[in-house]
Structures are given as C-alpha cells and as structure tokens.
Design a protein around this ligand. Structure first.
Ligand code: UDP
Length: 150
C-alpha cells in the first residue's frame, strides 16, 4: 500500500475533554506518524472556508459555530494507506453508529460534536493539508521500522 498523508483535526469537544494524547496514541499505535501539527482557534472565515463543500447543508451554520467554539488540534498524519486508516480509527460520522473502539464511539457526544475530522480521499487530503500547512511546515520523518519499515 502507498504511503499517504491525510489531514486530521481534533475538534473543540475532544480538545476540551483533554484527550489529545489519547487520540495521538491511537494514531501512533496504528502506524501513523504526525508530520506537522498546530493548535489553533479557527476564525469564522477559516471554518467556513474549510467546510465550504457543506455550505448549502442545513447544519452548516451550526458546524461553523461549533468549530470556532474553542481551540482545535490540527495535524498531518503520514503512513501506509493513511487516509482510509484514519477514517477507520475515527468511526462513523454519527457516534451512535460508530463501531466500538473507534475514536468517535469512545469520545464523541453527537453527530455535530463528533471529536475528529479526517480527509476522505487523496484529492481532499491534498487540498485540506494545503489549507492549513505550507509545504515547509511538513517534516520528513523516517520510521524506525517498528510500524511501516519506511
Ligand atoms: N455534520 C453535522 N450534522 C450532520 C452531518 C454532518 O453536524 O447531519 C457535521 C459533522 O461534524 C461532520 C461534518 O459535518 O463531521 C462533516 O460531515 P461529513 O458528512 O463530511 O462527515 P465526516 O467526513 O466528518 O465523517
């Protein structure tokens, strides 16, 4: 499987619950490396731009209000099949439907306050990574061989 990069956001509800470390541990245990990270309070314009694809949806206004309600932790994850792997770790959008042991099943409250974001395809990953990180902010990291051998 190819080495990929994906954009991950730990949303305000999970940051407020102080579970950044627990979520990072899940990424690392799954063989994903954090190659860039920043904690940010998103502006309304940034949240609207990030979720522009949803701007006609009925939940858009509430989603932007939620994403700007407190700091978020934004990271680029790298590893074999990173996009699908992260989506698997996250679980379904609605935590009530998320498989046991997934991040959303364990840490999310509701479909709107659902703990994490993860890119859903290579094209969206590229756009979303560039939205928050200049190329120079992404580190080259070698794996020690414990997870993916690269
Ligand atoms: N969302 C919501 N209500 C809905 C559907 C989605 O508030 O009925 C929010 C939720 O925070 C979700 C985000 O919009 O994570 C983006 O929706 P998407 O369908 O892309 O889900 P995801 O890719 O995050 O699982």
């Amino acid at each position: 499987m190819a080495i990929e990069r994906t954009l991950s956001i730990i949303k305000p509800d999970a940051v407020a619950k102080n579970v950044i470390g627990q979520i990072y541990t899940r990424f690392e245990n799954a063989g994903l490396r954090i190659v860039a990270a920043q904690m940010r309070q998103l502006s309304q314009a940034e949240a609207e731009g990030f979720y522009a694809v949803h701007k006609e949806r009925p939940f858009f206004k509430d989603l932007v209000a939620f994403m700007t309600s407190g700091p978020v932790m934004i990271q680029v994850l790298e590893g074999e099949g990173a996009i699908a792997k992260n989506r698997e770790l996250m679980g379904a959008t609605d935590p009530k439907k998320a498989a046991p042991g997934t991040i959303r099943a364990d840490f999310a409250q509701s479909i709107d306050a659902n703990a994490v974001h993860g890119s859903d395809a290579p094209e969206t990953a590229a756009v979303e990574i560039a939205y928050f990180f200049p190329t120079l902010a992404i580190c080259e990291r070698k794996c020690c061989g414990c997870c993916c051998g690269k």
